[in-house]
Design a protein around this ligand. Structure first.
Ligand SMILES: Cc1cc2nc3c(=O)[nH]c(=O)nc-3n(C[C@H](O)[C@H](O)[C@H](O)COP(=O)(O)OP(=O)(O)OC[C@H]3O[C@@H](n4cnc5c(N)ncnc54)[C@H](O)[C@@H]3O)c2cc1C
Length: 389
């Protein structure tokens, strides 16, 4: 192992949206501070949400790349170490350890994202289940998915439901399975989820809800999948979209405080005064927010802090778009929970749903189809997710 304490400055682990947004925001203010990005992947810049519609657009992984790693590094004037996994953080020495070198830092930012949750499933086909949480994962699976005529998607949250609808638009047969009784249960109340269910069913989706996937076996061609209710299917591919787990192992090993993610305060600072965390891996004020807008706001605040202007992140209520073109939905605030009461307005143009908390305050809203514009004035009435100071 060689010691390469080169320039120090800001070192960022990860090259996803969080890391690259932070680089851009730092460089808008400071072209000189040394910035090093260390990433386990190729470092090419792409938009991860585009992975939800690669089938209908017939895209390969390379079509999603917006800028190569090398171009990004030279445009932003950073040192970029690709295909380099950080194995350890030595906090006392303020340096990172990789397989071949150490990298010193003055300030370290962990933007290590999240990994797909591994379901406890049996069978010799489990290792062939596909996840779509990175460009590399899609690239690895592209050939199999391009040929697949029938696909089981396990996990009917936001990502699984979007992928199922996109596969249907690309003329695949789709089974969408979740142990939950309804679609996107973390974000949608039953009466909205039912509308989305009807729209997927009308597109030909086989919805296997309220039962778990228990086994995936390899066959000569494709896979046989078995659900807990006894139903079995033969499919060409199984996509797992069963949720994400923040990639917090590095922080844990280094003794930083972690919960669901790496615990940070409003300045994105961890329990170590030289280490920050950002993106899907961060737990800010008790919340993990795996969406682009909170990451953008966090990156803006952290960039200020790193160039010497300490800034707390302020997060107003934010819109979430459900990318299901046959039944488009937008929502904000709290839109699922037994403590909420509902005001529902249904018309031929879609739904406007407002949720109220026990104190009678507006807590969230959902708009569907052509009624999206009605949400914008409500967005401003919702309480901030995180109040900056
Ligand atoms: C299919 C899909 C659709 C989505 N659609 C939307 C949407 O419509 N709207 C929205 O707001 N959000 C959407 N999201 C969520 C959004 O894309 C993510 O919140 C965001 O991209 C996360 O970025 P990140 O940089 O935190 O993590 P990641 O993109 O996961 O990046 C993590 C980086 O860390 C690196 N890394 C990890 N460990 C190490 C290590 N030890 N050493 C070195 N490098 C390491 C990885 O290689 C990677 O570069 C979607 C997500 C998916 C999967």
């Amino acid at each position: 192992m060689s010691m390469e304490p080169t320039e120090k400055g800001v070192v960022i682990v990860g090259s996803g949206f969080a890391a690259y947004q932070l680089v851009r925001m730092i460089r808008r203010q400071d072209r000189a501070v040394p910035v090093t990005v260390v990433t386990a992947d190729s470092g090419d810049d792409y938009s991860k949400p585009d992975l939800s519609h690669v089938f209908s657009k017939q895209q390969r992984a390379s079509d999603l790349v917006k800028q190569s790693a090398a171009d990004f590094a030279s445009e932003q004037n950073i040192t970029l170490l690709t295909h380099t996994r950080v194995e350890q953080i030595l906090r006392e020495e303020k340096c990172l350890v990789t397989a071949t070198r150490t990298i010193s830092y003055d300030k370290l930012v962990l933007a290590t994202g999240a990994s797909p949750f591994k379901l406890p499933i049996e069978g010799d086909g489990v290792d062939h289940m596909i996840t779509l949480n990175s460009l590399q994962e899609y690239d690895n699976a592209h050939e199999q998915l391009a040929k697949a005529k029938k696909v089981l998607v396990v996990g009917a949250g936001l990502v699984g439901t979007e992928i199922a609808m996109d596969l249907l638009s690309a003329d695949r047969k789709v089974i969408l399975n979740d142990r939950a009784e309804r679609l996107i249960p973390g974000l949608l109340p039953e009466f909205v989820a039912n509308q989305l269910f009807r729209s997927l069913a009308a597109e030909g989706c086989d919805l296997a809800l309220g039962t778990e996937l228990v086994r995936v076996n390899r066959m000569e061609q494709g896979f046989e999948v078995l659900l807990a209710n006894g139903q079995s299917y033969q499919v060409d591919a199984v996509i797992s979209a069963a949720g994400l787990v923040p990639h917090k192992q590095l922080a844990e090993q280094a003794g930083l405080k972690t919960g669901r993610g790496i615990i940070v305060n409003k300045q994105l600072l961890t329990s170590d005064s030289a280490i920050y965390a950002l993106g899907d891996v961060a737990e800010i004020e008790g919340q993990v927010m795996p969406f682009l807008q909170p990451i953008m706001l966090s990156a803006g605040a952290l960039a200020n802090t790193l160039v010497g202007k300490e800034t707390s992140v302020h997060m107003p209520a934010m819109l979430v778009k459900v990318k299901t073109p046959a039944y488009p939905i937008q929502l904000a605030g709290r839109t699922a929970g037994d403590d909420l009461s509902w005001k529902v307005d249904v018309s031929g143009q879609g739904m406007l749903v407002q949720s109220y908390d026990e104190a009678g305050q507006l807590a969230g809203f959902i708009t569907t189809e052509q009624r999206m514009p009605e949400g914008f004035p409500l967005l401003r009435q919702l309480p901030a997710v995180i109040q900056g100071v």
